[in-house]
Ligand binder design. Structure first.
Ligand code: NDP
Length: 482
């Protein structure tokens, strides 16, 4: 089997780390083998990126010139969209429609940051003496971008595009489960005119590749999306090194149904909010809070919907839900359902692997509803990151807010009520970086995104998404007055 190298300085490289296999989670078959970067490869890559920044004048290019290249990367992604969608489908098992949507989102992200790059200004600040005082925004340097496996293209674009727009060099360390999308985007960027060495990709594990990258003295910032415990360990290294970190971490988002809600519409949104992508979404609405008078009705609606979801091969156009991204991850989900049973939970739908023999070789798991749990149960407090919805009841606003805020996470929340005043009042009280009212999981690249509490530090997306990768310089020019 041929081995795919990683991407440094515009070239494919076979590294010194332990090579690893990419596995198709729908079939259990090996896709290909990939090279892995060891500490020496990481040091080489950082040196190349640093030199490319100095040599290529990337940050010295005028914003419209940088923007033109970012736009050309978007065009390149669109031109290879079917190929990119298939890469993701083979590696994390999402259904084709979802993979296609994520490729389109990655292209749109590059286009958005091309526009931000071209239009964002610097400021002249009010003078308090005989000088002209200005604030300018400058690149940070070599940025490490570490990403997870659930939505690799989307997450990587959300880091690469604003960091490049801000004039930095980037080294991406994708998850070993989904390594190939970032490699393809780096090739597209080179062909689009990005100087070699400004965007590099190191494949390998978190321990063998990720830790040396975060620890390298010439990496000046880390942007990480992934689990909370990994984020915490990266933040410790960054704190010791005094470098900035942006952390997009896990979630346990409450999806709230008041008794006056449009229950049919709400049920459709709850379904997509938890089962799209097999629940492997940081903003998955994994705790459903229902006001007691409509609890039974909502359970009936959700049960009918969960049982009707077509679980199947990701390439089958009829499939609504593919497998989990890896066999190891399915075991993680199974452990949670087991613990929920042990803690008194009632399985209202699913709760196991599909009986269809055609799916037996893949990491499939049925859409699962669990009722009857105490809010303190493991499955109600910890992130499962799978197609498992815990259904809980509440009596009034006070009870709801206490329960909804009762986890360590604070990424997102959804509220369904026809009383908009109440919905807004509750939205203000929820500890969450994003709150949806009478909708769920709408995401715009123009709107800031990030978490409260253990769900992260910093906000990606929006104009601030580029500023995240810049540092402010203040300049005073003496003898001048406006
Ligand atoms: P992990 O935290 O396990 O891994 C994320 C990335 O970090 C991978 O590339 C991983 O490499 C790498 N990594 C692991 N350990 C280290 C380390 N010590 N130092 C440096 N890098 C390391 O998360 P998952 O990949 O399992 O992704 C799922 C998690 O991501 C969920 O908890 C989910 O909530 C969160 N997530 C958050 C989002 C948000 O925006 N808030 C969006 C999407 C997901 P490797 O896996 O190759 O070892």
């Amino acid at each position: 089997m041929s081995r795919t190298g990683f991407f440094v300085g515009g070239e494919r490289v076979q590294g010194s780390g332990q090579p690893f296999a990419s596995v198709n989670p729908a079939t259990g078959e090996t896709n290909y083998e990939l090279a892995a970067a060891g500490a020496g490869d990481v040091a080489h890559c950082v040196a190349i990126a640093k030199e490319a920044l100095a040599r290529s004048q990337w940050c010295g290019l005028r914003p419209p010139e940088r923007a033109r290249i970012l736009g050309a990367i978007a065009d390149g992604i669109v031109a290879r969209s079917e190929d990119l969608a298939m890469i993701q489908l083979r590696e994390n098992g999402k259904v084709l429609a979802e993979c296609r949507a994520q490729v389109a989102s990655a292209a749109a992200t590059f286009r958005y940051y091309a526009a931000v790059c071209e239009t964002a200004g610097a400021e002249v600040t009010p003078s308090r003496g005989d000088y002209l005082s200005m604030t300018s925004y400058e690149p940070i340097g070599v940025v490490a971008a570490i990403t997870p496996w659930n939505s690799p293209l989307t997450m990587e674009a959300q880091k690469i595009a604003p960091a490049l727009a801000g004039g930095n060099a980037v080294i991406v360390k994708p998850s070993e489960v989904t390594p190939s999308g970032a490699l393809a985007v780096a090739e597209i960027a080179l062909a689009a005119g990005l100087p070699a060495g400004i965007l590099n990709v190191l494949t390998g594990t978190g321990v063998e590749t990720g830790i040396p990258l975060v620890s390298h003295p010439d990496v000046r910032m880390v942007s990480f999306t992934g689990g909370t415990e990994t984020g915490r360990s990266i933040a410790k290294i960054a704190a010791e090194r005094l470098i900035p970190v942006a952390l997009e971490l896990g979630g346990k988002s409450p999806h709230i149904i008041f008794e006056d809600a449009d229950l049919e519409r709400a049920a459709a949104a709850v379904q997509d909010g938890i089962f799209e992508g097999s629940g492997q979404s940081c903003v998955a609405g994994s705790r459903l809070f229902v006001q007691r008078p409509v609890l039974q009705r909502m359970i009936e609606l959700m049960r009918a919907r969960a049982e009707a979801i077509a679980v199947g091969m990701p390439l089958d156009p009829g499939s609504k839900m593919g497998p989990l991204a890896s066999f190891r991850h399915r075991e993680h989900v199974e452990r949670f359902v087991h613990s929920a049973r042990a803690e008194g939970g009632e399985i209202l739908a699913g709760g196991g692997r599909p009986s269809d023999a055609g799916l037996a070789k893949g990491a499939f798991y049925m859409p699962t509803l669990i009722g009857g749990l105490d809010p303190s149960a493991h499955a109600c407090r910890e992130e499962i990151f799978g197609p498992v919805l815990c259904i809980l009841a509440f009596d009034d606003e006070e009870d709801l807010v206490a329960q909804a805020n009762g986890t360590a996470y604070g990424l997102a929340a959804g509220i369904w009520s026809l009383d908009v005043t109440r919905a807004l009042r509750v939205a203000r009280r929820l500890e969450a970086g994003t709150v949806w009212i009478n909708t769920y999981k709408q995401l715009s690249i123009a709107t800031p995104f990030g978490g409260y509490k253990d769900s992260g530090i910093g906000r990606e997306k929006g104009v601030g998404g580029m500023r995240l990768y810049q540092q402010i310089k203040s300049i005073y020019l003496g003898g001048v007055r406006l």
